[in-house]
Design a protein around this ligand. Sequence first.
Ligand code: PPE
Length: 309
Amino acid sequence: MSFEEMDVDTIWMDGEFVDWEDANVHVLTHGLHYGTGVFEGVRCYDTENGPAIFRWEEHLERLYDSAKPYDMEIPFEPEEITEATLELIRRNDLESCYIRPIAFYGYKMLGLNPSDCPVKTAVAVWPWGAYLGEEALEEGVDVAISSWRKHASSQIPTTSKTTGSYVNSVLASLEAKGNGYVEAIVLNKEGNVAEGPGENLFMVRDGELFTPGLAESNLDGITRKSVIRVARDLGYTVHDQATISRGELYNADELFFTGTAAEVTPIRSVDDNEIGAGTKGPVTDEIQTTFFDIVEGRTDEYEEWFTYV
Ligand code: PPE
């Protein structure tokens, strides 16, 4: 759905609530030229106890952490961004939404050292349904290994959610979609599994879960962390520092993606090879069901993961 079709009219920008069409920047904005921005993707769910943001504190912490390698001082306290975001959701009258906080070097000069540029900060919210389609959550997605490798963290820090580094994800996504797949799996420089363009990956084998460790060039996903905790609470063994080779993927019992946007999405094939029975597997199903029970507020375990609007 395009922004024009959405019923949202306010954005928070640099300390003020502004009309949607007025949330603009100069064409010589540093972040636009060099990708010097950091951002977050967060979901607010319409829970049984009212709208609540899932793991807001962790996302906010990651935003400030992402800024560190770029010497970026976000000119607002976390509490101010929290207040602004809660008020923004209320003002836009949303029960559930996607939340996109962003901080970036603004307009003053160009050249690679951004230290003289002001840091701009904004938060936008809008409704965003199932990332890879409603059907994907039930049936699973067909994915392909990307010919684009993920950069190493020694090239661009992969645990920072930096705007510029997403060109890698865009390339992988364009290629996969161009070849008729729903999504890509991106390998790291060593040729082992890193992640999806906008998702972390989990593999199920012999009833145990495996997900690449953070040195494999992936984002320290908050859904990843949540799923690790939930799976362990359900009694599964989870190997969260795994190295997963390309070959192992094809022989996995189950594979699934996790992400704020993608939630828990089963993978039913890789490069046209069926994974397991070629549908959502039983372990994925149990974890996905538990995940939606949590985020939709059907259980009050994990209450500490919610910030109520
Ligand atoms: N890896 C990447 C590269 C990534 O972008 C995301 C989130 C994840 C893993 C999962 O992280 P987390 O959301 O904390 O569980 N991708 C965001 C952007 C999606 C987009 O298209 O934009 C998201 O899910 O919000």
